[in-house]
Design a binder for this molecule. Sequence first.
Ligand SMILES: Nc1ncnc2c1ncn2[C@@H]1O[C@H](COP(=O)(O)OP(=O)(O)OP(=O)(O)O)[C@@H](O)[C@H]1O
Length: 224
Amino acid sequence: MEKVLEARNIDKHFKKPVLFHVLKDINFSVKQGEFVSIMGKSGCGKSTLLYVLSTMDTDYEGELLLNNQLLTGESPDSLSYVRNKHIGFVFQFHYLLAEFTVLENVMLPARKLAEKSSEEIEHDALEKLRILGIDNLASKKAYRISGGEKQRVAIARALINDPAIIMGDEPTGNLDSHNSENVFNIFRQLSDERGLSLLIVTHDKDFAKGTDRIIQMEDGRIIK
Ligand SMILES: Nc1ncnc2c1ncn2[C@@H]1O[C@H](COP(=O)(O)OP(=O)(O)OP(=O)(O)O)[C@@H](O)[C@H]1O
């Protein structure tokens, strides 16, 4: 299987308030269709690693590759394009625009990319909502739907540009057990049936157990 994401010898230091070695020689890859979770105690560096892997933080040593293309050293504009086109994000908080409809929220990252007509984008957005079983919510304002539904809309939005990989930072952190299971099942299905790669930071052991591989971090290192 092709490597979708690869981290080679990644190190990172925070320089303030005191010099702090936060990521230590991180090496791993995620293959196409693989569903990988990252676990570790609070403060071990999981979110920091996700910022580096998602190209939002470029202040690190080592190499980052997406689809075998070296991203390290690329210009901010080119990284912004790569992020929008090839990486989908799901956070603990959904970050939906409350006054926009569900459909408009899902369409936004495709509008930003501006590679398709409005009609095509709307068609694609409806298809993603259908995959997540929430196309009936398309015309509702985002503030009018439940927390579990909001997170599914956030996943549909992450899928809109057909990314190579979905990254998540505690995407079930704000959900009850029923909705967490629902989100897990959606991710599992996206990996199994659509060959999507997923890299998800989680504290939820049950969630992690159902993934293909758990990356265990401790004190800035991958220990397992
Ligand atoms: N901008 C920063 N400057 C200095 N230190 C930072 C900065 N951001 C995070 N840290 C420190 O780096 C370490 C790793 O933080 P990080 O947020 O990556 O941990 P985490 O594993 O995601 O924790 P949690 O599970 O609580 O979200 C922590 O000790 C944190 O205090």
